[in-house]
Design a protein around this ligand. Structure first.
Ligand code: NPQ
Ligand code: MG
Length: 369
């Protein structure tokens, strides 16, 4: 049990090494929110994976700050003694805001595990010292520019490439990339909900290129549409935005809407629910992989811990720090032979460099007992 005395919210802005364009927008700077908790055991860090605008999901930086400041942090501070495993129960009266809740839970997990000198990977039940990794490649101005970027990532050792798609940047682009890289490179696509049920016939054309999966072609709440598509497509459908809990994952798999699941802790409310998603997928024999939200080294460390669980059989979107940032908040993570090392130190096993943290911080506030 842990007593929380302070919750610090820190808004940060991290310049990206290059623009990252998806079907929902273009990011040049990663604006994000960090949560630090001060407890009687130790202090801990959480990363809230919200974007600056509600385009990937309904949450965004200012909404997360607001709900953390006004509802979540005060509720947790008021609970005299909390265990990280009780955070979701304590906060259950506040609806939604999974990314905000997940960040607070992550910070408390980090603090508690530091207190007992256990790594997050060990706590979650990790079984691997390194995990296989891939890279997510944005939408480019032209095919030659895209191919240059892919060649660079393959030279870096990434084991598979995920291509972002949208209307006008899909079948033709995938054909050109497949022609260039050949059939030995794992390729998959991610639409971030850009298509509608009226596009099912068009999406079937993606079956011709040996893709490992098509990720989230339809709206987050359209499980039935995904099941209809899966019925007609040979390429497996992977769900991302749709999967908001272990229950939804089980339901989606049960109705044939997902053959593969992308697990992101923030999207499901934290690393403990992410482990439950992993568990139900393993039970149902559905392969999973760890998604990415352009995390700093803090979120990257926690994702590596999660991806060390046995059901994570596909390479994740957990890339080197240098894929996104010239300077990461933590000691930079690197790719060696297509794999990344799972941190072994207590808690997250990493902490922000104070100097870099100051440099990227644009706003700090403290909620106290
Ligand atoms: C995905 N991630 O799998 C997400 C989408 C994504 C690595 O492809 C700011 C906030 C920028 C959230 C960029 C990857 C983001 C973001 C991309 C989410 O769908
Ligand atoms: Mg996705």
């Amino acid at each position: 049990m842990t007593k929380i005395s302070d919750v610090e919210l820190r808004r940060i802005e991290m310049p990206l090494v290059g623009a990252f364009r998806t079907s929902f927008g273009t990011e040049v700077v990663r604006e994000a929110l960090l949560v630090r908790v001060v407890t009687d055991a130790a202090e801990g860090w959480g990363e809230c994976v919200v974007g600056s605008e509600p385009r990937y999901s309904s949450e965004y930086v200012a909404s997360a700050e607001d709900v953390l400041r006004r509802f979540l942090a005060p509720a947790l501070i008021a609970a005299a003694d909390v265990d990280a495993t009780d955070v979701q129960t304590v906060l259950a009266g506040i609806k939604g805001h999974r990314m905000a809740k997940g960040a607070l839970e992550m910070a408390l997990l980090d603090a508690q595990l530091r207190g007992t000198e256990m790594s997050l990977a060990t706590f979650l039940g990790g079984v691997r010292e390194t995990v296989p990794v891939g890279v997510s490649v944005g939408i480019f101005e032209s095919i030659p520019q895209l191919i240059d970027a892919i060649d660079g990532y393959l030279a870096d050792g990434y084991l598979r490439v995920k291509l972002k798609i949208e209307h006008g940047w899909d079948v033709g682009m995938v054909e050109a990339v497949r022609d260039h890289v050949g059939y030995d490179v794992g390729l998959q696509v991610d639409a971030n909900t850009a298509y509608a049920r009226a596009d099912l016939d068009h999406l079937l054309a993606l079956d011709d290129f040996g893709l490992t999966m098509v990720e989230q072609p339809l709206a987050g709440d359209d499980l039935v549409g995904h099941a209809q598509l899966a019925e007609r497509m040979t390429t497996p459908i992977c769900l991302d935005e749709s999967i908001t809990s272990a229950q939804v994952a089980a339901d989606a798999i049960g109705m044939g809407a997902a053959g593969i699941v992308n697990i992101k802790a923030g999207r499901v409310g934290g690393y403990l629910e992410a482990r439950r998603v992993h568990d139900v997928c393993a039970e149902l024999d559905v392969p999973v992989w760890c998604g990415g939200m352009l995390e700093t080294g803090l979120g990257r460390a926690a994702n590596l811990a999660l991806a060390s669980l046995p059901g994570f059989v596909l390479p994740g979107d957990i890339s080197a720090s240098a894929r996104y940032y010239h300077r990461d908040l933590t000691t930079p993570f690197v790719v060696e032979d297509g794999h990344m090392r799972v941190p072994t130190g207590p808690g997250l096993g990493v902490a922000p460099d104070p100097e870099i943290l100051e440099e990227v911080t644009t706003h700090t506030e403290r909620i106290t007992r």
